[in-house]
Design a protein around this ligand. Sequence first.
Ligand SMILES: [Zn+2]
Length: 290
Amino acid sequence: MSLTAALAYARHGIPVLPVHAPDPRGGCTCDKGVSCERPGKHPHPRHGLHEATTDPRRIDMWWARWPEANVGLRTGVAMDVADVDSAEGWHGLCHLLGGEFPAGPRVRTGGGGWHFWFNPMGFGNRVGLLPGLDWRGVGGYVVAPPSRHASGGDYRWVHRPGEPLPDGPASLRALIEGPPPVHRHGPIAHPTRYARAALAAEADRVARAPVGTRNDTLNRAAYALGRFVGAGLLDLADTMRELEDAARFAGLGRAEIRSTIRSGLTAGRRAPFAPDPFGSGANGSGRHVA
Ligand SMILES: [Zn+2]
């Protein structure tokens, strides 16, 4: 049953969160029911991923409330996951790894995909790493066994996790690393992907900011992300929602959150991120100031 599994994951240092389950009558256990777009895959708690925990008392409370919950695991802490959802993704990963799969943990998802677990690499999520292959890292989560999939199948272990997890091969790391850090000179190959990773990482930083640094962290995050919004690489409403959620989780008050986000985003949008070969996007020169 999923509580036992959730507690076992937590004992291994993997932050857990309860995720809505597919409704046996169709759709999802959330309020949207049959019109839910991500049945059995999105978190129960209001602040989502940021609430993931290894605290057994919290996990007990959650499962007392939602005994049928699917088990969500936060990635980027104790493990990262290569998320394969098609045969194309499978072949792409296999090719990337030189024709072999790692001997590490492998999950067959109830929907016909696979999850391969690796040691955390420190990167954020990368959606569309290859066709049919996503990377779940910092700021991400996966649904884990014994959860149920909306298609009716269960998430099952093909190879159970042991110690230690395999390191991601260099070829995989190179692909994930993809766009170089902003401070390095050189073009950024995938600016949208880069911006999405920045959003996940900044929201995570805000959610975990210690008391005394929260407002400053939020302000810096809003400014940094505002530059992506200004460049058209992030959606303004999405960015605000994500930052607000993270800041509320950190414990900041609503009014303070709103004003800090607004001023940071406004300033950032005046200095749009410019992924050009000369790295001028990184130095804050603000040459695009409106
Ligand atoms: Zn739902």
